[in-house]
Design a protein around this ligand. Structure first.
Ligand code: GUN
Length: 288
């Protein structure tokens, strides 16, 4: 048996088509297209690539995209002023501050000024709280949403399945555990202190590797036939490496999301979906 390699690019392209059709319908009804504002501060090369991909994807679906690039020497106060201005701008539907920020910037002090109504990343504590309480909400963190869409796009229903998430990060592991729980999976979250990690993982029908350690997950972690989702994106020798040792896992798993071309394109599509959802909700509240 060899795993089905899940084509994240194809699933993301379908989602972008759906989003483009919804934006075209908005335009037809005379509404402005949704607008996404991205703040990119500093010289992190990976961030520059991610932001470029988000900009291209936004424009391809007919979304407005505003890129703000304050210099790497900016202060926390300067970024706070920028984010406050974007948050107050009625023409902006979604705001995303790309991280990591330069070391002198207090990330939390900046991002706390993104209101929950403009939270394109889905990181606002209110929106995370809704998720934790079992509500669908308007937005959710993009990488976890992308993982859920890869399951859905593969026809793999989480209900009643055992899911194991390796990694408890605030942006991926924890919110994904909520999404899987809300989809009626039985979820275990593992981390660096988990005892006998491979044997816990071998119970999983859905195994998510979100650790940031290239090729750590090999066949000894995988139940035959499992759906394995690789969230790892560690730069190595000019390319991205996943957390899953593909050569070892592919003969055992039932499905495997590759790196690159699995979760990554989905994350970008989910930023667009979040922004569209925010635009709909805010306009319904602010003006019809
Ligand atoms: N840096 C890497 N991934 C992300 C993301 O999803 N959102 C933001 N804001 N920054 C990132």
């Amino acid at each position: 048996m060899s795993a089905t390699i899940v084509d994240g690019k194809a699933v993301a392209a379908e989602l972008r088509e759906e989003i483009a059709a919804e934006i075209a319908a908005m335009n037809q009804s005379g509404a402005r297209p949704p607008s996404l504002a991205v703040v990119l501060c500093g010289d992190d090369p990976a961030s520059a690539i991610y932001v470029r991909n988000k900009g291209r994807a936004a424009e391809a679906v007919g979304m407005r995209f505003g890129l703000h690039t304050p210099p790497a020497t900016s202060t926390t106060e300067q970024l706070v002023e920028l984010v406050k201005a974007l948050d107050a701008d009625d023409d902006v539907d979604g705001i995303l501050v790309q991280v990591p920020l330069p070391a002198q910037i207090d990330e939390q002090a900046v991002t706390q000024w993104i209101s929950r109504e403009k939270d394109a990343d889905g990181f606002h504590p209110y929106n995370l709280g809704l998720l934790a309480a079992g509500h669908e909400g308007t937005v959710a963190p993009c990488t976890p949403l992308g993982c859920m869409e890869l399951l859905r796009g593969s026809g793999f229903a989480p209900s009643g399945r055992r899911a194991v998430v390796i990694g408890r990060s605030p942006n991926v592991g924890r919110p994904l555990a909520f999404l899987l729980t809300n989809a009626d999976a039985t979820v275990t979250v593992c981390h660096s202190r988990t005892q006998d990690l491979p044997s816990v993982c071998r119970d999983a029908d859905i195994l998510v590797a979100a650790i940031g350690r290239p090729r750590m997950v090999d066949a000894s972690y995988v139940k035959p036939g499992a759906f394995v989702i690789d969230v790892g994106t560690t730069p190595e020798n000019g390319r991205l490496s996943g957390d899953v040792d593909r050569g070892s896992v592919e003969p055992v798993a039932g499905w495997l999301t590759p790196v690159p071309g699995g979760v990554g394109p989905m994350t970008v599509a989910m930023v667009l979906r979040n922004t569209l959802a925010l635009a709909r909700v805010r306009r319904a509240l602010v003006r019809v």
